[in-house]
Design a binder for this molecule. Structure first.
Ligand code: PAF
Length: 258
C-alpha cells in the first residue's frame, strides 16, 4: 500500500483488505514532492509519523517502508513515468503534472517493494485507472485491488486533507457527497442524459457561493471518457472536485446502470 501518511480509517481499510488477501502487508509512507505543483500544499501536507506508526502497528502491518526524499529522488534523478491520455483529462486538466508524479513514485515503490498485490482507495478513482494503465503498459505483474470509499457518519469522504477544514468549511464540504447522492437518485429515477443530470447538480454549487466547483463529470468507469447517455449494464463514475475555502476536495460514486 503506497500512502503519503497521516493515516485515517480509509488507509486502515486497505490494510485490513491486504491482511485478508496477502501473506505479508507492507505500507509505504512518502509525501511525494513530484505530484504536487509549486502552488499546491506539499509543505503544508499533514505529517505525523509517531501517530502513523501506532496506527500501523494496531492494524497489524508487517513492514513500513519509509524512505527519505534523497533515497527516492537523488540529485541526478532524471526519469519519469507519464501516462499520456487518461492522466491528462478531468483531474489532469486541473493538476497537469499530478499524475506524472504519482505514476513515477508508484513505479519506483513497486520496484523497491515488488508486491504481488497493490491496494488503493476508490476515493482517488482516476488515480486507480491511471495506475492500472501504467501496470499494463509497463508489464508489471501486480494485481490492483480497489477498496471502497470510507466516509464520516455524515457522509464526508475521509481524506488526510480534511484536517485543513475549519468547522464552517467542514459543514460546507458535505455538498460534495450530497451532490453525488442526488446524482445517483436522479439516475435511479430513470434519467439517462448526463447533461441534464450535471445541470441539476451544478445548481447546488451555484447556490453555495463559498464552495468553488472545479468539475462534476460522469465518465465510463473503465475508460474515464465522458458519457452523454448512460447505457444499461455499464458502470460509470460520477466525479466531483471542489474547493472549500482553500482546501481542494474530490469525491465520487460508482454507479451501475441496471
Ligand atoms: O493516493 C496517494 O496517497 C498518493 O497519490 C500515492 C498513491 C501514495 C502516491 O504518492
Amino acid at each position: 500500500m503506497p500512502t503519503m501518511g497521516y493515516l485515517h480509517n480509509g488507509h486502515i481499510s486497505l490494510i485490513e483488505e491486504s491482511k485478508k488477501r496477502a501473506d505479508i502487508t507492507i505500507v509505504s509512507i512518502f509525501v511525494n514532492p513530484t505530484q504536487f505543483a509549486p502552488t499546491e500544499d506539499f509543505k503544508a501536507y499533514p505529517r505525523d509519523i509517531e501517530r502513523d506508526l501506532r496506527l500501523l502497528e494496531q492494524a497489524g502491518t508487517d513492514y513500513l517502508f519509509y524512505p527519505s526524499a534523497v533515497d527516492i529522488y537523488p540529485n541526478n534523478f532524471q526519469t519519469y513515468v507519464d501516462v499520456t491520455e487518461i492522466a491528462k483529462i478531468i483531474e489532469g486538466e486541473f493538476r497537469p503534472t499530478h499524475f506524472k508524479g504519482v505514476t513515477t513514485i508508484v513505479s519506483i515503490l513497486f520496484n523497491c517493494v515488488k508486491p504481488d498485490l497493490a491496494f488503493f482507495g476508490q476515493k482517488d478513482a482516476q488515480q486507480t485507472s491511471v495506475i492500472k494503465r501504467m501496470i499494463e503498459d509497463l508489464k508489471y505483474e501486480i494485481e490492483v485491488v480497489i477498496c471502497p470509499i470510507i466516509r464520516e457518519a455524515d457522509g464526508l469522504a475521509l481524506s488526510s486533507r480534511n484536517v485543513y477544514l475549519n468547522p464552517e468549511e467542514r459543514e460546507k464540504a458535505l455538498i460534495l457527497n450530497e451532490s453525488l447522492k442526488q446524482a445517483e437518485d436522479i439516475i435511479l429515477s430513470g434519467e439517462r442524459n448526463t447533461v441534464t443530470i450535471i445541470k441539476k447538480i451544478n445548481n447546488n454549487f451555484i447556490k453555495e457561493k463559498s464552495v468553488h466547483l472545479n468539475y462534476i463529470r460522469i465518465v465510463n468507469a473503465d475508460t474515464f471518457k465522458e458519457a452523454d447517455k448512460l447505457e444499461t449494464g455499464k458502470d460509470y463514475y460520477c466525479l466531483v472536485a471542489a474547493k472549500v475555502g482553500s482546501t481542494r476536495l474530490i469525491d465520487n460514486r460508482l454507479i451501475h446502470i441496471k
